[in-house]
Design a protein around this ligand. Sequence first.
Ligand SMILES: [Ca+2]
Ligand SMILES: [Ca+2]
Length: 275
Amino acid sequence: MKKVLLLVSTAALALAAAQVAGADSSYTDPAGDAGTAPDITAVTATNDAAGSLTFTVRTNQPALSADAILDIAFDTDQNPQTGASGVEFVFLISSSGWEFLRWDGSTFVAAGAPSANGSYANGLATFKVSKADLGGVEKFTFWTDAFQFDANRNIVAEDTAPNGTDAYVYAHSKPLTLRASTAKSTPAKPVAGKAFTVGTRVTRGDNGAALASGSVTCTVRVGTAPLRATGRVSNGVAVCAMKLPKTAKGKLVRVTVKVTFQGVSTTSAYSARVK
Ligand SMILES: [Ca+2]
Ligand SMILES: [Ca+2]
């Protein structure tokens, strides 16, 4: 615990100068800038749809040296004036184990976070925690530090990622969803014996972008008979293209456009009487 306090009082000074941000993020740190401390070279942060966060920190030490500590400091309210020099939570790992601590207003105490889990193997520290156990915020600031202490618990070498007083800003990614607009046809009315397409504009719910790619399954019936159609995604529109048979005149054509991207699907249906 003494190390922890020393660490926090010494290390958690980096103020939140927002650097590169985003979900499923990875960052690099130069090699050879750590002295005898674990040399941080890569940091990643991801979250899943359930709100579980995973952080990794790669160093040059297959197993952490005695008296070395690696930490991830979290400024969960992105306010350097709150917490310990801004830090509300800190994950610490050493050769003797890991801790996840929260600032209680005057000191760091065990966070009591059931979801928290740490490990270090083959040069990679991994820390998992739920969004709820990290303060429940959508967006936060964090950084990583590595320290080598001497027998008197003085810091003799260190590495920080990102360098200096920069910090990483992380925002949870939303789960992928797809939204299909009302289907529209070209031409506006189906004509027997002619080419016919039905399209639906597909938008991603997680980032608001038009869907750039995906697979399209077309289900078409003219009256009760199936009709072959070709599907594709083009410029954010999922399209089913077909040629209506001459015998389709007067019959009802029904088209279901199903678009799938990364295992997520949405459908849009169309029907009209063939001229
Ligand atoms: Ca480094
Ligand atoms: Ca803070």
